[in-house]
Design a protein around this ligand. Structure first.
Ligand code: SF4
Ligand code: SF4
Length: 393
């Protein structure tokens, strides 16, 4: 077993740097090779909290991938954990995984999917179960390994008695192996709320070098780990591009190596969509120690605006209309950073945004610590809600 504690991890990292553990000869290329059989991963693994799942530190966020050959290359390169969601690509993402994994040995991979909990609905329980059943049908599976309540933003959701009851039922019925939640907002508070319920086993959390609340967040993650929760990192590349216009991609390998230095992060789920991006992630996974050049590169990025909104929430009280700016900024990142306009539209649609709410404001009163000109970004992204879905990818 290659699960490791912090001291051991740093020691192994140093050895990896000398080539003593992973030599260039056994580094795996991401190029598709359909003749390959599934081999034991040579990538460092960690254990996902009390789930007991042993998983390589690199997993695949399938979200934007629509080429099954990239999924196959990831699987053949030793990745074992694949992350999707009920809403990704209007269900086509789960369908693609269902076709790909149909003839694979179920013990060679784990699947996580996510579903948004509409607790405002009187029929919440029935609707949530139908959502999960639809996901299982698309995936052509009897169960998923992890089911996340998707994008929990408000406090009081994770400990809602109706949510807890239905999640327990899913598990008792054998439709899900482990209960999780994903969150971008109020992260330390959400973790503590999850710990208090005692039912959550996995937390999918945005985690990157740009986060302003790192000491507070790391302390909350430690409390979660002590309670048996496993942590999976998303948004490790802080939006994926180096400039606010989304023209230059970040060095994903440096971002991943930074995230893995926290031994409490079991695995990361970068959303690579091409062989080249997979190769970049694999290069990091086979050499996970943080390099001096990574530190210098990330320090340079710290000074740039990028597209990642910290979700600090400061802007909401400053805004005269109390707009849900953090989520609008996430929609902006999906479009300009991820080049995923349909997810951007979907995210704004959930907020019931119908157009540019800033248009009646003479001056913007928001002062964002990340330097975002929020009114400009809102004006740039909100027109997408009126673009017919069939024009968007
Ligand atoms: S103040 Fe800036 S960084 Fe903070 S939530 Fe608002 S837009 Fe995001
Ligand atoms: S311009 Fe937009 S973001 Fe700024 S205060 Fe007005 S409504 Fe809020």
């Amino acid at each position: 077993m290659k699960n490791i504690n912090r001291r051991k991890f740093l020691g192994i990292s140093a050895l990896v740097g000398t080539g003593a553990i992973v030599s260039p000869q056994i580094a795996v290329s991401a190029k598709e090779d359909t003749s390959k059989k599934k081999e034991k991963s040579s990538i460092t693994t960690r254990i996902l909290g009390k789930t007991g799942i042993e998983v390589p530190i690199l997993s695949m966020g399938v979200m934007r991938a629509d080429n099954p050959a990239v999924v196959r290359a990831a699987y053949n390169s030793g990745l074992t954990h694949f992350d999707t969601a009920h809403g990704y690509q209007n269900g086509k993402n789960e369908e693609m995984l269902g076709v790909f994994f149909k003839d694979k040995d179920r013990s060679t991979f784990t699947i996580a999917t996510k579903g948004k909990a509409n607790l405002k609905s009187d029929n919440f329980e029935q609707e949530y179960e139908e959502l999960l059943n639809t996901s299982l049908r698309r995936l052509q599976m009897d169960y998923v390994d992890i089911f996340y309540t998707h994008a929990v933003e408000d406090m009081g959701v994770l400990n809602d008695p109706r949510l807890i009851k239905i999640l327990k039922k899913f598990k008792e019925d054998g439709k899900i192996k482990h209960i999780g939640f994903s969150t971008h907002a109020n992260k330390p508070g959400q973790i503590d709320e999850a710990i208090a319920t005692g039912i959550y086993e996995v937390c999918l959390i945005s985690y990157n070098f740009k986060l302003g609340i790192l000491p507070e967040l790391n302390a909350a993650i430690q409390r979660g780990v002590d309670a048996g929760i496993g942590f999976v990192a998303m948004k490790t590349m802080a939006g994926g591009v180096e400039d606010a216009q989304g023209n230059k991609k970040v060095d994903g390998a440096a971002c991943l190596r930074w995230a893995w230095q926290n031994p409490n992060i079991t695995t990361a789920i970068p959303g690579f969509t091409s062989f080249d991006l997979l190769d970049n992630c694999l290069e990091a996974a086979h050499s996970p120690e943080l390099k001096r050049s990574d530190i210098e590169y990330l320090a340079g990025l710290q000074k740039k605006e990028l597209l990642y909104c910290q979700n600090c929430g400061n802007c909401v009280s400053q805004c005269t209309k109390h707009l849900p700016i953090p989520t609008i900024m996430r929609a902006y990142m999906y479009n300009y950073g991820y080049k995923y306009p349909s997810l951007s539209k979907e995210t704004l649609g959930e907020l019931s945004v119908t157009g540019n709410d800033c248009s009646g404001c003479r001056t913007c009163t928001v002062n964002c610590p990340s330097g975002f000109k929020v009114a400009d970004k809102i004006a740039a992204i909100t027109p997408i809600v009126n673009v017919p879905s069939y024009f968007l990818t």
